[in-house]
Design a protein around this ligand. Structure first.
Ligand SMILES: Cc1cc2nc3c(=O)[nH]c(=O)nc-3n(C[C@H](O)[C@H](O)[C@H](O)COP(=O)(O)OP(=O)(O)OC[C@H]3O[C@@H](n4cnc5c(N)ncnc54)[C@H](O)[C@@H]3O)c2cc1C
Length: 389
């Protein structure tokens, strides 16, 4: 696009990650005039640095949390993630690339009786929300996942879990959005937003953009964009580490997690094993970028080689880090903001890549005034305001 000083659009989307690109895709497909801006390139933040795990079952450290917000939040999140997986399965074939979506099941392993009991009660909570997870014993695991260490006594199997390739998926969604008529401008920073109730005026690094409606898909920085119109989205920002081994022939068929340790492990289509699970990285205060730290790499390697011993013989070829965020209950913030007509939040859940396309679609439905295909009332911003009050 040329650098025209006075841009005008019906809907301005802030953020070119999975949320912003998905919202732009579904808005453009609905015939809406949409302009997406990102201060960097597309897919360079959380969406392009994540592990590509398709998550449904509750991550064990979140399950153990006794914070009532997390306890209530996870009951609302399970049906959303379940729907998000089936949405990915319908959506991926629409895209112009193989995004390597594979739903082969996820195993959360336990190495002692305490961990097994945690998984047992987690299965009960998940089944009550319609997720068909089950507990497997050692014998069943030997058949299903012979690559697991002998120390693994049992595991929770969630058949809805799997993987997707974020490096292919977000750009494919962005291309689809452009084909449907969306405009995308990279390297454009939003500095401030003014509104007179019928129009928004966005002050950006390339000048002013006028828009009737705004979608806040700024991921870990969504609170800064919300603050521009006087809203508060409570969140914590963290940096997380990822590592990859050299590629080898396929032998790990599932998404692997641990009942008491930070671990996600999967083998991607070209044979690399990706190691993640929330090992810390650091945010450089000067640049705002995430930097890898040694303990993030060594911690991830320690637990991965412990659970899948064959990894010990592989070379680590790459480590990187990215920034993610948590709202106080780990859940998304979706829909039109209270008191700011025309301002829509598209803020994903903690498994934000899993939930991205569905949440983007739901926000597009809200913007265009269509009936929502999934009930998002428990994901409004007011839930945090009433807590603060
Ligand atoms: C290491 C790591 C591993 C993860 N693993 C998984 C996983 O396995 N499975 C899963 O489901 N989720 C995972 N996640 C979470 C997931 O990646 C994120 O929840 C999701 O990608 C967030 O998408 P987003 O579009 O909301 O935000 P982002 O992808 O972060 O995009 C936000 C965009 O907004 C732009 N922006 C911000 N402020 C402005 C501004 N003022 N002006 C212009 N542009 C702006 C940014 O430049 C950025 O491109 C992981 C995250 C990390 C970091």
């Amino acid at each position: 696009m040329s650098d025209d000083a006075d841009l005008k659009t019906d809907v301005l989307v802030i953020g070119g990650g999975i949320m912003g690109c998905s919202a732009a895709y579904f808005l453009a497909r609905a015939g809406v005039d949409v302009l997406l801006i990102d201060r960097h390139d597309l897919n360079t933040q959380g969406s392009g640095t994540n592990a590509g795990s398709i998550h449904v079952q509750i991550i064990s450290r979140f399950f153990k949390s006794t914070d009532p917000l997390w306890v209530r939040g996870r009951a609302a999140l399970l049906p959303l993630l379940k729907e998000a997986v089936s949405f990915w399965q319908r959506f991926a074939p629409e895209l112009d690339d193989d995004v390597e979506l594979r739903i082969g099941g996820g195993l959360m392993v336990a190495e002692n009786e305490t961990e097994l009991r945690v998984l047992e009660s987690k299965v009960a909570v998940e089944r009550a929300q319609g997720v068909n997870s089950e507990l497997l014993d050692r014998k069943q695991l030997e058949k299903l996942a012979p690559y697991l260490a002998p120390s693994v006594l049992g595991a929770e199997l969630c058949p809805l879990e799997g993987k997707v390739n974020p490096i292919r998926a977000t750009p494919a969604i962005a291309r689809g959005a452009v084909r449907a008529g969306a405009r995308i401008r990279r390297g454009v920073t939003l500095h401030s937003l003014n509104t007179d109730k019928s129009w928004f005026e966005a002050v950006t690094s390339i000048g002013r953009i006028r828009a009737r409606r705004v979608v806040n898909a700024a991921g870990p920085w969504c609170n800064e964009v919300a603050a521009m119109v006087g809203l508060s989205i409570p969140l914590e920002r963290h940096a997380r580490n990822m590592s990859a081994t050299e590629p080898v022939e396929p032998f790990v068929m599932h998404l692997i997690q641990h009942a008491d340790q930070r671990l996600t492990l999967k083998q991607v289509s070209n044979g690399n094993l990706l190691l993640g699970g929330g090992w810390p990285a650091v945010i450089d205060p000067a640049s705002g970028r995430a930097n890898v730290i040694r303990t993030g790499i060594s911690g991830g390697l320690w637990i991965a080689t412990h659970v899948v011993p064959r990894i010990r013989h592989l070379r680590l070829i790459r480590a990187w880090s990215g920034i993610l965020f948590f709202t106080p209950d780990g859940n998304p913030v979706l829909g039109e903001a209270p008191g700011v007509p025309g301002f829509f939040n598209a803020v994903g859940p903690n498994a934000g890549y899993t939930g991205g396309p569905l949440c983007g679609k739901l926000v597009a439905e809200a913007v265009t005034g269509q009936p929502l295909s999934f009930d998002v009332r428990s994901f409004d911003l007011q839930r945090f305001e009433s807590r603060a009050a």
